[in-house]
Design a binder for this molecule. Structure first.
Ligand SMILES: CSC[C@H]1O[C@H](OP(=O)(O)O)[C@H](O)[C@@H]1O
Length: 357
């Protein structure tokens, strides 16, 4: 996407020494970039969600491996760095996919070639992510165009969390069809779930859409079902952190509840999924996908900006109340209308056909 009219990616290398990221914990109130100079900083940026979103977590881990080669290129060090990165966040399969791809490229090479190759491969992963998401945008926009022809009025799209360009290297996944359709002139409006507790919707998706000029309205997470009951939602498009071979969709906590409401109101429900987010090795998302349990503080504390422009955090819980914070849930394939991939759109049970031949 563009920042101040210039093309901008969420992560990019500066030479073979530094990787620059956007500190997403500071948005929407401050746009701050941050340099990562070693694998530890890359891991901490993932763990504390300065960079987040399944595709971007993968890209950041890939560059984490490239940064690791500044300190060493022997197999033991590469394996330790890989394990360190993979321990940061367990749910998005993109992290494991990217780290394993880096190891598969680096280990067969002579040590003298590993540093250069690591930076090249990390850049390739990023370039591929952009292309995958652009293709998702094209396929998803065709679906939106067909829906628009059917409805004969501006579309209302609901999305959950942030699966925009901030969640990827560029374009995003769930928002790619929205950007593509919007830029093609399709009249649409986006309901943006605030997405407690980290408010990726209110803080990131709304920021993206506002900067892009896409009409949108931030809503409480619990408002989506009501809007669907009253015909205010034409389609739901979400991202994913891991999709099973059978089309179960693991995504930000609350996605399952949106899928239930969509199913009950016959609203089409799509997940936008680039290939690296599909875990072909598993078929039962509810039992096989590890769900990250994040700090209860994320539920208790909320960040905002005062009328004087000061950014601060406040506690919203009574003294002595505890909190639980499962970060993701799994939507069973039976509630999913279609999976939007870079190869096309398929019903969950037919997704594998997109990858055969
Ligand atoms: C395009 S994947 C975005 C996906 O990642 C988010 O999780 P988090 O912000 O915790 O990294 C959320 O599940 C989004 O749908």
């Amino acid at each position: 996407m563009k920042i101040n009219g210039q093309p901008y990616r969420t992560i990019h290398p500066i030479g073979h020494e530094i990787v620059q990221i956007i500190d997403q914990t500071r948005l929407p109130h401050a746009f701050e970039v941050k340099p990562l100079s070693n694998v530890n900083e890359a891991a901490e940026a993932i763990r504390h969600m300065l960079v987040r979103g399944a595709p971007l977590i993968g890209a950041a881990a890939a560059y984490g491996m490239a940064l690791a080669t500044k300190q060493g290129v022997d197999e033991a060090w590469l394996d330790d760095s890989a394990a360190f990165l993979m321990a940061t966040r367990p749910t998005a399969v993109n992290l494991r996919w990217a780290v394993q791809r880096m190891l598969n490229v680096l280990k067969p090479l002579p040590e003298t070639q590993r540093h250069e190759a690591a930076w090249f491969e990390a850049a390739a992963i990023c370039d591929e992510d952009v292309a995958l998401n652009q293709a998702i945008g094209r396929h998803g926009a065709e679906m939106l165009q067909a829906l628009y022809q059917k409805k004969g009025r501006p579309l209302n799209v609901l999305t959950h969390c942030n699966a925009g360009w901030l969640a990827a290297v560029d374009w995003g996944t769930a928002l790619a069809p929205i950007y593509t359709a919007f830029e093609a002139g399709l009249p649409l409006h986006v309901w943006v779930d605030e997405t407690r507790p980290r408010n990726q919707g209110a803080s990131l998706t709304a920021w993206e859409l506002a900067n892009h000029g896409v009409p949108h309205t931030v809503i409480a997470d619990n408002a989506g079902g009501h809007l669907m009951q009253h015909g205010e939602v034409d389609v739901v498009i979400v991202g994913a952190d891991r999709v099973t071979a059978t089309g179960d969709v693991c995504n930000k906590i609350g996605t399952y509840l949106k899928a239930l409401a969509a199913y009950d109101n016959q609203v089409p429900f799509y997940a936008a999924v680039p290939s690296p987010t599909i875990d072909w090795a598993i078929s039962d998302g509810l039992r096989e996908i590890p769900i990250e349990e994040r700090s209860a503080d994320e539920v208790a504390w909320v960040q905002g900006k005062t009328t004087q422009g000061e950014i601060l955090c406040v506690n919203v819980l009574p003294q002595g109340s505890s909190a639980a914070n499962p970060a993701f849930d799994v939507t069973p394939a039976r509630l999913v209308t279609g999976i939007i991939t870079e190869r096309g759109i398929a019903a969950p049970q037919a997704m594998k056909l997109l990858y055969e031949g």
